[in-house]
Design a protein around this ligand. Sequence first.
Ligand code: SAH
Ligand code: MG
Length: 195
Amino acid sequence: MDKEELEKIKQKALQEHIPIIMDDTLETIKKYVKENKPKTILEIGTAVGYSAMCFCELLKEDGYIDTIEREKERIQEAKQNFKKVGVQNKINLYEGDAVEILPTLDKTYDMVFIDAAKGKYPFFLNQALRMLNPNGIIFADNILYKGYVMSDYNKHKQRTAVRNLREYIKEVTENPELETEILEVGDGLAVSKKI
Ligand code: SAH
Ligand code: MG
């Protein structure tokens, strides 16, 4: 894995305002999985592949990552990036809308990272739960969405996103099979362990 190349990709993504995973969020995820490394990871929302490439370091030997992205340009860039960094053998990129792709997957995962359309988080959660192994863990990024989720903020543009993020938090908190923490790292991270 070419770390210098990965750092260049990170800097380019930041310059282009691509919403890549924040450093503290990544560090937090690493802490959660370092004792019990995942063999299979599902990521929803690849962008240019930055977080997926970082997650390669968390994998057990022979492990792999499935990641889903719908924007053509980002798909092309992610594919190139995987080659540049030398992790193309560890990452499968599914091209298309996760809402359509997820129901067709028939696999199991030790870790799921949800980082795509906020209005679809409850749907992504149900799909993640369907495929999550016992002792598996689900991370949902941007769960506090700039603080809107925990305030009475109700601006029209973000209303659907905020409602669905609140619904996600309610579902993971009330699900008796999950142990959940909502962390104020980055833009908010929901951590749900299957017990
Ligand atoms: N995980 C990446 C950042 C993802 S940004 C990283 O940290 O490096 C969110 C991405 O999700 C965007 O590229 C967007 O195009 C994609 N996305 C949003 N909704 C989607 C959907 N329904 N299906 C597939 N991709 C989606
Ligand atoms: Mg994010």
